[in-house]
Design a binder for this molecule. Sequence first.
Ligand code: FAD
Ligand code: SF4
Ligand code: SF4
Length: 489
Amino acid sequence: MTTKAMLQFVSRDKEMPAKRKAEARKGDFLEIYDDFNDEKAALQAGRCSQCGVPFCQTHCPLQNNIPDWLMLTAEGRMQEAYEVSAATNTFPEICGRICPQDRLCEGNCVIEKGFESVTIGAVERHITETAFENGWVKPPQPMSERTETIGIIGAGPAGLAAAEQLRRQGYQITVYDRYDRVGGLLIYGIPGFKLEKEVVTRREALLRDGGIRFELNCQIGDDISFDQIKKKHDAVLIATGVYKARDIELKGKSDSDDQIVPALDYLTASNRLGLGDNVAAHASGQLDVKGKNVVVIGGGDTAMDCVRTAIRQEAKSVTCVYRRDRANMPGSAREVMNAEEEGVKFEWLSQPTGLARDADGKVAGVICQRSRLGAADTSGRQSPEPIENSDYRLDADMVIMALGFDPEDMPNMFHEPRLKVSRWGTISIDWRTMMTSVDGVFAAGDIVRGASLVVWGIRDGRDAATQIDGWLTRQAADKEISAEQKAAS
Ligand code: FAD
Ligand code: SF4
Ligand code: SF4
């Protein structure tokens, strides 16, 4: 039943949490948005019109029960709001911070037309932050232990969401990761100004407290064979993400150009520096952008993270080159706006074609050609068409390639030819069971979908956990029946 706390969107304006001024936030890697306080969260949640068919919910990959937790927040019933929110989302405080809400829940909020959407993400974050402050967020606590063990390869959001849910069911979980820290791209990809690292390590601590084991610095297929992992565990989940950087042809580019850098190398180095690690490529100056003209090629979230990182590292100039226009950019509109506020220059409808060099042969610029949008391609997006004789040069001491990622060659990496992959190299699964072509081996997250979003990783991890639980339970029942039949015969 709708209470009088709700439906306030006509008289109450949308307000986002306070955002730090660009000048202040450029000097550090701290998050740029504050958390709401209780009063603000309640007032903003109360703008919701409690739709009978909530489009916000249908466009949330986790199908979060948004209207209910908004109402509970508006009424100040925060513990109940947390319980409803946590029932469908393993890491709501992370999604509240970094989901592209403008493309998901908020972009589909019905009051968006005319009144501006409810600030769903910010309220979701506030609910879980309140829960942490009050000690309501607990480690996974199984009602009873099960003997089956599950090996999860990859400690990113997909692997961690599955680990948490399976541990709650009482399974013995080991998560393997080739990195030295838990979190996957939450730790080494996404910069602190979007997601402070403590938010991730706080979750890691809870998972460890709940009895989940982590084997880090452990590359499966290299340090331990995939076959050994399969033999060691009753079920295996592959959640290894996608890491092979895409490239483009640039006239005059050579493999020895150390001024041309893949986006993830740059972001990982920056995140490591922030975590206090020594980064040789930064110390040597190769990945240090201070005082340099930086050109970032690409228009997705990764490109936005690179340009905003370069601003914080005191680059002389930062330019983002994208071949389509602003409206067709794959990155979140909010992130583009934040980047512009921080001083990033955008070159829309511009296609890099080659490199310019100085007298010593060092890269000194990127040659670009202007383009216009032509006919739509198979995906329905208009394709950029080059404009003749429109070449121009951008000064560049460092060029960062942020053109997206493809999967590594999984069957070869795991020496497992039975592992079927799609024509894009992603692992093929039966979507009803989340199982791969190898019996007892499941897969989830980017390695199945291709480069996607954290919220989809969580969704897939949770779905895989449900399927693994069902499969192991059926296996145990089958074993019991055959043991009984053996005893009876
Ligand atoms: P990952 O997070 O990639 O985790 C996979 C893990 O598997 C890694 O820790 C890796 O080390 C490990 N691994 C791989 N191979 C092996 C092996 N052989 N043995 C052991 N371990 C292995 N999404 C959003 O929703 N919002 C954002 O703002 C956003 N920003 C992004 C910014 C950047 C720079 C990037 C690159 C991505 C961003 N994304 C964002 C996408 C999001 O991070 C991913 O979709 C998500 O992390 C995928 O989760 P995953 O668990 O499938 O994979
Ligand atoms: Fe919106 Fe993401 Fe939260 Fe779903 S998980 S409600 S899409 S912020
Ligand atoms: Fe509330 Fe908007 Fe969702 Fe409707 S679509 S229930 S107004 S948040």
